[in-house]
Design a protein around this ligand. Structure first.
Ligand SMILES: [Zn+2]
Length: 142
C-alpha cells in the first residue's frame, strides 16, 4: 500500500496545498473544526525524526514555527497545539492546530483527538477553506 504521506506530498493539484517550505509541504487539514488546522508533511519519506540529520530536524522545526505564526495571525487563536504522532501514518508529519478559549471550544484543556469524529470533520465551508488557504499562504510570505 502506498504511503499516504508520500501521496500527499506528490499531490500538487490539491486545492488545500498551501506551500512548499524548507523540509515540508503544508496543507490545510481536512478536519476544520478548529479553522486553520494545518499539517506539514516531510517532503521525502522518513519515519523517525531522531534518525534525520539534526540540520534537517531544525529546518523542519523552522517550517513548523513559520506555519504556527501564520495560523496564529490568520485564526486569532489563543494557543497552538503541535503534534507529531505517527501512530496512524508513519511518514513524518506535524499537526499545527489553533486552539481557542472557552466558550468557543467545548473542552479547551483536552487534546483534539478526544473529540468525536463527527465534530472533527465538521467546521467551515469549502469557500472558507479556500479563504484560509489563501490567508495562511499570504501570512507565510509576510
Ligand atoms: Zn511516505
Amino acid at each position: 500500500m502506498p504511503c499516504p504521506g508520500c501521496q500527499r506530498v506528490a499531490d500538487h493539484s490539491s486545492r488545500f496545498r498551501i506551500a512548499a517550505l524548507r523540509e515540508a509541504v503544508v496543507y490545510l487539514h481536512s478536519h476544520q473544526f478548529w479553522p486553520g488546522w494545518c499539517v506539514l508533511w516531510l517532503k521525502d519519506h522518513a519515519e523517525h525524526l531522531d534518525a534525520m540529520p539534526v540540520e534537517r530536524q531544525l529546518d523542519l522545526w523552522r517550517d513548523v514555527g513559520d506555519v504556527a505564526r501564520a495560523v496564529r495571525a490568520v485564526s486569532g487563536c489563543s494557543r497552538i497545539n503541535y503534534e507529531n504522532l505517527g501512530n496512524v501514518v508513519n511518514h513524518i508529519h506535524w499537526h499545527v492546530v489553533p486552539r481557542f478559549a472557552a466558550p468557543r471550544e467545548p473542552d479547551p484543556a483536552a487534546p483534539v483527538w478526544v473529540r468525536p469524529k463527527s465534530e472533527l470533520e465538521s467546521g467551515v465551508t469549502d469557500l472558507e477553506r479556500d479563504r484560509l488557504v489563501a490567508a495562511i499562504r499570504s501570512a507565510l510570505r509576510a
